[in-house]
Write a protein that binds this ligand. Structure first.
Ligand SMILES: NC(=O)c1ccc[n+]([C@@H]2O[C@H](COP(=O)([O-])OP(=O)(O)OC[C@H]3O[C@@H](n4cnc5c(N)ncnc54)[C@H](OP(=O)(O)O)[C@@H]3O)[C@@H](O)[C@H]2O)c1
Length: 232
């Protein structure tokens, strides 16, 4: 399949939590933020799920370093078009273009309001096994229509889980901050059923482990499950 290289970056507590019910947990440290913005500047698009837009309202631009031109696309998966028109990600389309992936079932009026603000609205109907937008189709459109050859995915946990389960991840960066935050009502890094046996777990090869501020940056590549790939 022709798809962009997919890189995930996420900040996690040591107990595997990436967000709270109320939103961002600010798990990144100053040096980690600089690294993330350099990473953003190295890709053609930065993708997040609609829940992250609603809870964290991120700007998703390149800062702390001189942004390349053109700026990477900001991409949101949002099948029901729940994005608020005053979200930061919708502002300043001239400098920081956004692509919203949605479906025909979303409000036509909302889609046209977004388009009037300069947002690229992409309609796809393909769904995955959890009835989310089919990630392979999203990646294909980004590659073919927007010439995205490298994409950074910044969460949240549902997006990360779907990409990992569908074996669509090339590199995974996890910044583990040396804190425990508890998990009642929290969002875990990986949001799936607990496996009973470690042989059934998703497996990774470690590429690099670096100490960074009050945490460690772990860079991993998933070990592909060949049987699953053959059955596709
Ligand atoms: N620590 C970090 O680095 C970090 C980074 C980002 C986010 N977060 C945290 O993560 C939390 C949000 O994560 P989340 O899991 O609730 O939501 P999310 O991954 O941000 O968004 C998930 C939503 O995106 C839509 N979607 C469409 N296609 C999808 C697909 N193929 N796969 C997955 N989702 C798809 C679905 O909504 P529709 O059905 O409406 O389309 C789905 O419910 C927040 O607490 C945020 O603070 C942490």
């Amino acid at each position: 399949m022709e798809r962009p290289e997919v890189i995930i970056n996420v900040a996690s507590s040591l107990d595997g939590v990436i967000g709270s019910k109320e939103g961002a947990l600010s798990l990144s440290t100053k040096d980690d933020w600089v690294r993330v913005h350099e990473l953003r500047n190295s890709v053609d698009a930065i993708l997040i799920g609609i829940n992250t837009v609603i809870s964290d309202n991120p700007l998703l631009t390149v800062r702390y370093t001189k942004p390349k031109s053109p700026h990477p696309f900001r991409v949101v998966l949002d099948s029901k078009c729940r994005v608020h028109l005053d979200s930061k990600i919708i502002q300043d389309q001239h400098r920081f273009p956004t692509i919203i992936f949605t479906t025909h079932q979303s409000s036509e009026e909302k889609r046209s309001n977004l388009q009037n603000l300069g947002v690229n609205v992409e309609l796809i109907e393909e769904r995955d096994e959890r009835d989310f937008l089919d990630m392979r189709t999203v990646l294909k459109v980004l590659n073919k229509k927007y010439f995205v050859s490298r994409i950074l995915v910044e969460g949240g946990s549902t997006i990360i889980t779907q990409l990992l389960k569908n074996q669509l991840v090339d590199v995974l960066h996890i910044f583990y901050r040396f804190v425990f935050v508890g998990n009642k009502g929290g969002k875990n890094l990986y949001d799936d059923h607990l496996v009973q046996n470690i042989p059934d777990a998703l497996k990774f090869k470690s590429v690099e482990i670096t100490k960074l501020d009050e945490g460690i940056l772990v860079t991993l590549t998933p070990i592909k499950n060949i049987d699953k790939m053959r059955s596709k």
